[in-house]
Design a protein around this ligand. Structure first.
Ligand code: DX5
Ligand code: ZN
Length: 213
């Protein structure tokens, strides 16, 4: 499984140090949560700060947009060359068009689904995606409790993926820890995002990533 620490739980006064720590600590992707204060009731970072994150990171960026006006934000963040760019299906009138746009920019497209969203809603998009991000908390904040129904959603999504696009990855984001990661693995999840578990681990980020692995 790939581990993508979310820098939302990092110390923003020492962002370079905290990005380096997860990269040196063996993570696979650096998960960056972009929130606009409209789609979610929280505001995080824009391209200036994410550019600094990209400079410090030795692993690819996995940018998670939680915004209104996705296309505008894709234009803002695509010059930073993330590996994955996820946008929320609930907020997009033309997801198929936006997926094509992201791919044409040389970035792997991913669609994020809030906890109530059916995996089957991706039936006619899945062939164009490299990843699906299943939210296991309501987006907006780190440190929330894991919503267990994501396990059933992952199993159902895996069936769809096996039928239509076996190379597509499943990422789960929110409340992941060293206990529920076993169930996520069994449900067919490929990538886990972990924010507070990694950055608040009493033994440090390296130990946290190793325990997830
Ligand atoms: C929530 C974000 C998550 C969050 C995860 O809106 O998408 O990436 O940072 O943090 P934890 O692992 O603490 O739930
Ligand atoms: Zn996220």
């Amino acid at each position: 499984m790939l581990i993508a620490p979310s820098i939302l739980s990092a110390d923003f006064g020492h962002l370079e140090r905290d990005v380096r720590a997860v990269c040196d600590g063996g993570c696979d992707l650096v998960h960056v949560d972009v929130m606009d204060g409209h789609f979610v009731p929280n505001l995080t970072i824009g391209p200036v700060v994410v550019d600094a994150v990209a400079e410090a990171a030795t692993k690819p960026l996995d940018i998670h947009l939680m915004v209104e006006n996705n296309s505008f934000f894709v234009d803002l963040f695509s010059p930073l060359n993330p590996e994955y760019l996820s946008f929320h299906l609930e907020e997009e009138k033309h997801p198929h068009r936006l997926i094509q746009k992201i791919r044409a920019l040389g970035i792997r497209p991913s669609v994020a689904l809030n906890p109530h969203m059916l995996p089957e809603s991706l039936e006619f998009l899945i062939e164009d995606l490299d990843m699906v991000l299943l939210m296991s908390v309501n987006p907006g904040f780190g440190g929330q409790r894991f919503i267990h129904s994501v396990l059933e959603r992952a199993v159902r999504l895996k069936e769809l993926i096996e039928k239509r696009n076996p190379k597509c990855l499943i990422e789960v984001d929110g409340g992941v820890n060293d206990i529920n990661i076993h169930m996520l693995k069994e449900a067919g999840v490929d990538v886990v995002v972990a924010g507070s578990y990694v950055y608040k681990h009493p033994e440090g980020v390296k130990e946290a990533i190793a325990s997830l692995k």
